[in-house]
Structure formats: C-alpha cells, structure tokens
Design a protein around this ligand. Sequence first.
Ligand SMILES: NC(=O)c1ccc[n+]([C@@H]2O[C@H](COP(=O)([O-])OP(=O)(O)OC[C@H]3O[C@@H](n4cnc5c(N)ncnc54)[C@H](O)[C@@H]3O)[C@@H](O)[C@H]2O)c1
Length: 306
Amino acid sequence: MGKRLEGKSAVVTGAGRGIGRGIALALADEGAQVVVNDLGGESDGTGASRSPADEVVKEITGSGGKAVASYGSVASFADAEKMIKAAVDNFGKIDILVNVAGNDRGKMVFNMAEDDWDVVLACHLKGTFNTTKFASQLMRQQRSGRIINCTSAAGLVGDMGHSNYCAAKAGIFGFTRACALELGKYGITSNCFMPAASTRMAALVTEEIIQRRKAEGFDLESLGITWPLPNPDDIGPVVAYLATEEAANINGQVIGVAGGKVWLYSIMSEIKTIYKDGRWTVDELAKLMPRTLAANLVNPMPPKKG
Ligand SMILES: NC(=O)c1ccc[n+]([C@@H]2O[C@H](COP(=O)([O-])OP(=O)(O)OC[C@H]3O[C@@H](n4cnc5c(N)ncnc54)[C@H](O)[C@@H]3O)[C@@H](O)[C@H]2O)c1
C-alpha cells in the first residue's frame, strides 16, 4: 500500500465492475478514500443493482481502506450531485474524480433507434459533464483537483457498429480539453485515459464481430488493440499516478493503457496546408487538392461493387 494519495478523497463512477473497479482499488491502495459509484445495470444501460458497488466497497474496507457506495446513475444531474456530495459528507472534500461509467448499444447508424443514441450519450458524455460540473465547483474553491475521464480508441480513431459510443467518447476528449483550459489555472488537471482490457463490455465485441468487420475491410487491430485483451486491473495504477501531485503538469492529455503498455496520444494538429490570399474557387481546389492535401489519402472504407 502506497501513501501518495493519503488524505485525498475520490469519486470513481462505474466502479462496481471492470476497469472502474480496478481504478477504485488502485486509488484506495495509494491511500485515497473512495466513493464507489455504480448503477449496477446491464451493458446496454438497462437495469440496476446495488451489489457491484457494495462488493467493491467491501473489498476496499476489507483491506483496511475507506470507501462508501453510491448507487445513482451518472446520466442523472441530481444523482451526480449526490455522488460528489457523498465525498464531501463522508470524507470532507473531493480531490479526484474519475469518470468511468459506461454502456454500449451496438448498431449500424442506419439501424440505430433514437433511444440507442440517447442512452449511450447520456451515460458517457452527459454523465461526464454531470459529475464534473459539481466536482469542479468545489475543486475550484480549494484550488486543486484531478479530473480523469475515460475515452476510447473507438472515439479517437473511429470504429464500426456503434457510432453512438464513438461520438460519446470523442465528445469526452473535447470536453476534457475544454476543462483543461478552463480549470488549469485553479490547479485542476483534466486528462483522458484510453484503456484496452478484458471486461464485460469488451466481451460484446465477439470473435464473430471481429471477423465480420475484417471481411468488411475494417481490422480492429488498426485501433492499436490486440487480442487477447489484458487484465482490467492494469489500468488502475496509471490512473492513480495521474491523480498524484507528481502529475501536476500533465493536463489536457490522452494516455493509452493496455497491460504493461502505456502511451501518449498526439493531439490533433495541422499537418498540410495550402494558402492563397483570398477565397479559393472549386475549380482551383479540384486542380490543387489531389496534388496537395488529398495526395496519398487512404479511404478507410472505399465503395464496394454490387
Ligand atoms: N474494456 C475496454 O477494452 C474498453 C476500451 C475503451 C474504453 N472502455 C471504457 O471503459 C469504461 C469501463 O468499461 P468496462 O470495460 O470496465 O465495462 P463494464 O461493463 O465492466 O463496467 C462499466 C460499469 O459502469 C457501470 N455503469 C453503467 N452505466 C452507469 C451509469 N449510468 N451510472 C453509473 N454507473 C454505470 C456499470 O454498472 C458497470 O459496472 C467504459 O467507459 C468503457 O466505455 C473500455
């Protein structure tokens, strides 16, 4: 057990299972007191159960740590406020917020129901805003804090079969960058981690789906993910490190974690430019683009005949 987070108070959402559970245990192992939030539902966002959060609280307290359970949904503004209040009521403050709660409803965009979109965006993107809104108010007053959000290669690079999830995870990246800029001056850092781990949610991507996508011309390994996926508990120490004082200068970044591999993503930047004094015509662009910006571009999914 380390001491780097001793005296710190943390809220981890989606901490009842998988990656969130490993993060809650790692924070507690470094001395933090943890609000273990989990709605306890199914991967598709339906249902609820108290036992996943209760089990993790038992694990932490059983090893001599301090933890309390919170069963609300991050998708609810009112529940999110209660999660942050639970940290203040039980541990006196909120120093660390880790947004991990997640669901998924895989469908092609042309088959996706409005509800499939809304449920996934509400949990990942609105959920990340909901908790951050209340935590950042208190962190701003105390002039310190760590906000650590879970994104995905699916959002950063793109994936097939769940555009709702991809959009939510890309949104979390944009939201995190905005928070880094808005809150940095108050001593608050906001970063993303990008995990790959064998969990209930990862099991939704079956071997059949992997092969079907390959046949379509999309190899999931192009996202930098290789099978078998590593242990979800490998993510926790990296997130715990981001929560320490030593990580004060890491702000607005995306850190990937898969087993023992930890990497830094580039932030989008201009890579090729054309310039003229004034407005381009379509004719000029049609001539110039193939030789400049569009030269050597690869269409990730070219049209198929028939
Ligand atoms: N497993 C991977 O390889 C992988 C890759 C990229 C991103 N992620 C992300 O990691 C996060 C954790 O997922 P996981 O793989 O551990 O899956 P998981 O299903 O094991 O864990 C997700 C947890 O979130 C909880 N949850 C769902 N909706 C909630 C809500 N509205 N409020 C509170 N809790 C809620 C669930 O009950 C569950 O315990 C997710 O955000 C997921 O998108 C996972």
